[in-house]
Design a protein around this ligand. Structure first.
Ligand code: HEM
Length: 510
């Protein structure tokens, strides 16, 4: 008969026992934090964890869950994911403090998935933290100033002209029947690639879905089985991400990253590169500094940061803008009065400004209302986040250190407390933005960490929609789903099913 001492020595057993007790103490202490802070929550259990994973796998359930939680627990609710604490804050006043007034304590978005994207993507704006983020943001922000966007305007114009050509062909050859997603995704990829890299990828001319750029862009979000398992592990045990960083592991498909990094490196190595170009890449290259200098500098970007942030612009700007335009077009095809009103406005503005100039685009009021109303119903980012760097009490609520704050954009947009008949598309409610709480409606986020590409995205969307309205009548077809459409979340909010629509070329008299 063996005794435990035959397997391991007494000292080893004591060591293991102590380690077990310390781990247990730590876990127990962690699971007491929400209780200590008086934040309503359900006690941690394996069963709860399983139901949480199930909810997230079923996006519709996840979308509607927030309002159910509000009903049951109120505006503050906490839960544990592994050892991590998440606090859903649904109170606009507290969120205002978090995102704006106390943004120094809540500088970062989240501390998960920030070290597992490879050495370049780990330095992207969305992943970067603290002072590292500040240096990158300070360097990139001027690249999205009004002056720079005006310089990039012509690139957007060229891409939207090509979209009109594509739609023209569809209206004559395919009886006007089309899938707007294909056209608008190619457009948004074309726009972001020409303004990020100043390269014409001929994205829109190609008829094939297998187009390399589009394929690689979409593949970036195609995380495989191993990646999904690791993703789960990183959620439960964030410290594992340090190992991922050490071995330069990337959750993103290696060939996609290699493809986009190759594009950037080709520009860096090209000695004949025209440095007077207006694209983001040229502007970033002008700010290039060494790794050594980056340790103390307040401005500038290293080679890895340039590669990572160029790819980031594609990731952050491609699907968000493409899908939002898709939802706008869908709404305008369904709600004919809104379409008529928006078209009338575009015509008047074009006449006044003698074309779709920058000033003309900026003066479009009703088209902007249509985009905003669409973003209320279908915000590209369903749940946004902030990381709490130190314990703080805001309006009597103690927020624990190291927890993730959840900001539920989708739920805010569908909440009867803030919107009458919330599922109805009604651009008129966006007429006077001073009456709308910018925390309740924040499709581009809020505070210093908001969307850096907001102005650019709005101009691109307004330009594309205006050109569609000027040239085509949008209509539904028998297969078009009725509103409200079922949505899902992958990189950004998107329709679950295909949305076919019909277009007809307008006569010059119309
Ligand atoms: C309809 C289009 C878009 C929507 C709805 C959208 C929405 C958002 C949201 C909600 C955030 C988080 C903001 C926060 O945490 O407060 C964000 C961040 C970001 N967006 Fe956008 N976005 C769009 C288009 C774009 C475009 C076109 C670009 C680039 C050209 C872009 C680049 C970024 C970047 C780099 C960040 C991270 C900023 C940081 O952490 O400092 N986005 N976006």
């Amino acid at each position: 008969m063996y005794s435990p001492l035959d397997i391991l020595s007494l000292e080893t057993w004591i060591l293991l026992g102590t380690a077990f007790l310390v781990a247990r103490y730590y876990v127990n202490r962690q699971f007491q934090i929400l209780k200590k802070c008086n934040i309503p929550h359900e006690p941690m259990s394996i069963m709860k964890l399983a139901s949480l994973i199930k909810d997230r796998k079923k996006p519709d359930g996840y979308f509607t869950k927030t309002l159910e939680i509000k009903e049951k627990y109120g505006r503050i609710y906490g839960y544990y994911v592994g050892l991590n604490i998440r606090v859903m804050i649904y109170d606009p006043e507290i969120l205002k403090q978090i995102q704006i007034k106390e943004s120094g304590i809540f500088r970062d978005r989240r501390h998960t998935f920030t070290r597992c994207a490879g050495k370049e993507m780990n330095t992207s704006l969305t992943a970067a933290k603290g002072n590292h983020w500040k240096r990158i943001r300070t360097t990139i922000s001027p690249m999205f100033s009004i002056a720079k966007i005006k310089e990039m305007f012509v690139l957007v114009e060229n891409c939207t002209d090509k979209m009109v050509e594509t739609l023209n062909e569809i209206s004559t050859n395919d009886k006007g029947l089309f899938l707007p997603k294909d056209v608008l995704h190619k457009l948004s990829l074309d726009v972001i690639c020409s303004s990020a890299f100043n390269v014409d990828m001929h994205t829109q001319e190609s008829k094939t879905e297998e187009l390399q750029m589009l394929k690689m862009g979409r593949k970036l979000f195609d995380i495989q089985v191993v990646g999904s398992v690791l993703l789960g592990m990183f959620v439960l045990f964030p410290s594992l991400e340090r190992i991922a960083e050490l071995v330069n592991y990337s959750l993103f498909p290696a060939d996609s990253i290699k493809y986009f990094a190759g594009l950037v490196d080709a520009v860096i190595k090209n000695k004949d590169y025209d440095k007077s170009r207006a694209d983001l890449m040229t502007l970033m290259l002008k700010a290039k500094i060494s790794e050594k200098k980056a340790k103390t500098a307040e401005k500038g970007l290293t080679r890895n940061e340039i590669v990572g942030n160029s790819i980031q612009m594609i990731l952050a700007g491609f699907e968000t803008t493409g899908n939002t335009m898709l939802f706008v077009i869908y709404n305008l095809a369904i709600y004919k009065d809104a379409q008529k009103k928006a078209r009338q406005e575009v015509k008047e503005v074009v006449e006044k400004h003698e074309g779709l100039t920058y000033e003309a685009i900026m003066s479009l009021k009703y088209v902007t209302q249509c985009i905003n109303e669409t973003l209320r119903l279908y915000p590209a980012i369903v749940v946004n986040s902030r990381y709490c760097e130190k314990e703080v009490t805001i309006q009597g609520v103690t927020i624990p250190k190291d927890c993730h704050i959840e900001i539920h954009n989708y739920a805010f947009g569908r909440d009867e407390e803030y919107w009458e008949n919330p599922t109805l598309f009604n651009p008129d409610r966006m007429e006077d933005m001073s009456k709308i709480n910018p925390i309740v409606f924040q499709p581009f986020g809020a505070g210093p960490r908001n969307c850096i590409g907001m102005r650019f995205a709005m101009i691109e969307m307004k330009m594309a929609i205006s050109k569609i309205l000027l040239n085509f009548e949008l209509d539904t077809c028998p297969d078009t789903p009725k509103p409200p459409i079922d949505i899902t979340f992958k990189a950004s909010v998107q329709p679950k099913e295909k949305i076919p629509l019909k277009i007809r070329r307008l006569k010059s008299s119309e």
